[in-house]
Design a binder for this molecule. Sequence first.
Ligand SMILES: [Zn+2]
Ligand SMILES: [Zn+2]
Length: 343
Amino acid sequence: MNHRPAAVAVACLILFVAGCGSSESSSPTTTTAAETSQHTFEVDHFAEGAIVGDVATAECTLSGETITTCSTVTISGAPATYSPGPFCPDTITTTADDAGIWFDGNGTYDLTGEFIKNLATFYNDDQWHMYDDLGKVKVTDSQAAFLGAARPDVDPQYQNQCVEGRVEWLTNGESITKSVVIPTTPVMAAGSSSAQSSDWGITLDGIVIAKSAPVSAILGAHTIAAFDDCGGHFNNVEGYHLHGATGCGTLDDDHLAGETAMFGYAMDGFPIHLPLSGADLEAANLDDCGGHSVAGIGYHYHANDPSKNSVLTCLKGEFVATDAAQGGPPQGPPPGGAPGPAR
Ligand SMILES: [Zn+2]
Ligand SMILES: [Zn+2]
């Protein structure tokens, strides 16, 4: 079958809420992540092409009032080492090799033709019917369809469509770069937070690790916002972005027993490693944010299993909470769309 360049989706709207400035920081009650060998933010770990332009380093004030040094990086928005897709199956007989995946918080599923054919049964709702009389799956096949469907308030005419997008359908016809400000050396916060900033972090391949896809809105419109096998898809707000960590892209592996490779940095500057499973997961004794400290790495997160539809659960470190510094495209409603959370 044809390889569709790309995408689907909906995005994750980003409202940065917290202000970042406090005038004078009184003595911070937080401590720097103390592992002697705490892994810090290092540009060298990123794939070539993942970062656009120069990385600026400047003083910054973090969410817990700590004044420290932050790096401002602009990520390319296009995975540096792989091409997005495929996403939706072409027909109700398409196999897993020629389609992406779907995860809804309860499980991860190969997005086969059979899965599409079985949606009404799977979700126990007879309004699902995403294929025609010839067995062809209804897929968003134009920019208009993508823009109308890859958002939480799906245009009714695109209900019962498998949603995917591609770079050329984005408003500017190109990948969406994004500037993020990340503490160069992570600082533990007084408590866990969900990070008011938009996203969980960025990958070493130069894409955004978004928060959860709005599954209830997606399924409520009888759509499937297909992910590729790498756990990413397109929307018009963030371009290609990640909702699940499946091991694609650039990895940094120290090959430590019981550990997995790092694939990105969280907004608080702590590394994010691939999910743990089985005995390694049990032995890791992860905290409520999925993190732990290990000699040689320091504190780091392990991504949740993709089925959770959330790469991280919370952040342990202080992060930069500011709208202006995070840059990115205007966060208004997508063309023809109403404001609201993106998917
Ligand atoms: Zn999304
Ligand atoms: Zn670990």
